[in-house]
Structures are given as C-alpha cells and as structure tokens.
Design a protein around this ligand. Sequence first.
Ligand code: SAH
Ligand code: SF4
Length: 378
Amino acid sequence: MTTPTPLRTIRPRRPRQQRPTTLHDLTLAELEQRLVAQGHQPYRARQLFHWAYQQLALDYHAMTVLPKALRQQLAETLPLTTLQLTRTVTSDDGETEKLLFRTVDGEHVETVLMCYPDRTTVCVSCQVGCAVGCAFCATGMTGLIRNLSAGEIVSQVVYAARLARERGRTLTNIVVMGMGEPFQNYDATMKAIAILHDPAGFGLGARRITLSTSGLVPFIDRLAEEPYQVKLAISLHAPDDALRSQLVPINRRYPIAELLAACRRYVAKTGRRISFEYVLIRDVNDQDHHAEALARLLHGLLCHVNLIPLNPTPAAPHLARPTPDRIARFAAILHRHGIPATVRYSRGVDIAAACGQLRAQADAEAAIAATSSTDQHA
Ligand code: SAH
Ligand code: SF4
C-alpha cells in the first residue's frame, strides 16, 4: 500500500502571465554571457552587480557609470525586478517592518525586516502559499499558488536592504522563513542564495543565511553537499509521529526517525549545528511529557531549540498560545536535560507579521475591493 501524499496543490486563481527574466534572476556569469552575446564588454556585468547589490539601485538610469545606450537597452529588455512594493507597515515599537509586494501576475508576497541591537535581518518568502499545510500556519491554509523565482526572492532582499539603509542600518542576515517551503522550491532558493552570496554584489556570507524547512529529508542531504555553508532550521513542533503528522502533514512522508537520521548525517557531514523550531500550542504540544520526549529525541545532537509561542491566526482559531508559566516550564525541562533552548516571541505580531498573515489580509482586502468595484459596475 502506498502512503497517501500529504501535499496539496491548488490551481492558480488567475491565468499565468508570462514572467520576464529580470536582472535579479541572473548570476554574475549568466549576466556576463548575456551582455557579451549582445556585443557588450564582460566587465559591464560586474558594474551592474555593483549597482544592483551594493548601491541597491532599482532603476538603470541611476547607473550613470554605464553608457546611456546600454542603460536604455537594459531598461527595455531586462527589468531589474518585477516585484512592486505596494505597502510597508511598521510595528508599534518601530523595530519590525513588513513589506508587501505585488508580483507581475497579481499575487501578493510578504517580507519582514527585523532590527535587533546587533543585527538587521530580513525574512523572505520563497513561494506564494505552501503545499505542506501545517495546522497552525496561515500560509499553509491556501495551499500552493506558485513558486517564486530566484529573482523574486532576491528582489525582496534588495528592497529590504534599501529600507534598512533608510533606517541607517546595513542588512546583516537573511532567513528563509516567510511564506513557503524552501525545499519545495529548492533550485530557485539556492540560486537566489548564490546571487546574494556573490562578493561582486551583495556579498552576504552564507553563515548569515538560514533556511527553515518542515523536513523534506532528501533535500537535507542535498543541502549538506552544497558549497554554501548556510544554516539549517528544522520545524519540528512535536516529539512523536502521531502528533507531528497532525501538525505538519509532511511527517507522513518523512517521519521523525528519518528526519532525525538526516539531521545527524547533516551534522556529521558539515559540523554545523541545527536549529529546531518548536511552535508551542496550548494543550497540544506544550505538556511536560512533550518536553521530556523532545529532550530524549534530541539527546546527543549538535542543536539548539527555538521555542516559538504560537502566533494565533484566524486561519486556526481553535489553537492558542500557552501561558507564560507553561512556556517557561517547557524550556526548563529541556535545559535540565542539557538541550540548549531559547523562547523566541515572533516579531511584529501587532502588524500580523507571522507567516502568511499579511498576505491573507491583502487577499481579503483585494477581494473586498473586487466586490465593491463589481458593485459599482452593476
Ligand atoms: N516552510 C518553512 C519555512 C517557513 S515557516 C518551515 O515550515 O520551516 C517559518 C516558521 O514559522 C516555521 O517554523 C513555522 O512553523 C512558523 N510558523 C508558522 N505559522 C506560525 C504561527 N502561527 N505562529 C508561530 N510560528 C509559526
Ligand atoms: Fe508551509 Fe512552513 Fe507554513 Fe508549514 S509552516 S504550511 S511548511 S510555510
């Protein structure tokens, strides 16, 4: 008997529109090739990378070092980005900023910029929606609409870096923890990382980039082979298969024993510590016996646990955040067993910055706008 697939894919709601290749889609080598094929000098590619990723230009006409004819040709044939920034929302404390984009085919993508005393981090999305369908996640509720291209992932970082610059800061870290499952859009995500890592451009060290996954085992092994030393976070959320399959349906395909075996291979191969994300949900996975079981599961593994009290979402109204006492007790049990654990409250809860929430809001607003414009035409 075959295991039923836990993945859901829903049809795109709008007809697909041809998406043009953008500058943000290209590696330095690809850009060089393209320019040479059009009769330009190869060094122009480095100049473009410098302007796109160090000066953070979003308009070729700002790149005054390039001949006007080349700027004109590029503007007509290779858009810098197709993402349109439609809105930014700032949290009450001013430390978290959410950026909402519209894609060329009318989808919404969200990105969050988080300012900490010692670092400035952008949380990027890699898909519109997500096929994994975790029980507590607003993004998962819609199913997968489509993958983002490498350029659409890179563009989010460039916009966020510009915003950081306006705040007198420099972007220091990237986490792929927004909408979507990076290991279901592996190639585009890795290409975006390659582009952002290139010292001729953005030049972000791979150790400053974190990928978070719900646990697609084959890609954990694949990541271990990559030349980039990115950090890996695993969304675990439960210490046993029965519970994890309810919360993270992909567990039916890759159960905990397989997942943990892949994690151990990853640590053995790379020597890099793994982070485990554990969203704490009241009376679901927050009891002492869950903490004890989690400690047994992770015993001896080079890891760190991030305990994330649930961000309540209208997508799962029956799920709640545990009390502060319960959260502290859960962390204390892990500590007693020698498992390093930190409680991390999601940033920007007041601006619905938790996974998928802003986009859900934007979609609702768009639906309302569409209804009222239909009314007007009626
Ligand atoms: N798909 C990947 C990365 C995006 S989700 C993954 O699941 O790891 C990034 C993190 O946000 C995950 O750890 C996820 O469990 C968490 N998350 C999703 N919805 C949440 C919510 N309502 N409250 C708190 N964390 C949430
Ligand atoms: Fe997808 Fe991650 Fe949300 Fe699960 S938590 S539905 S894997 S985005």
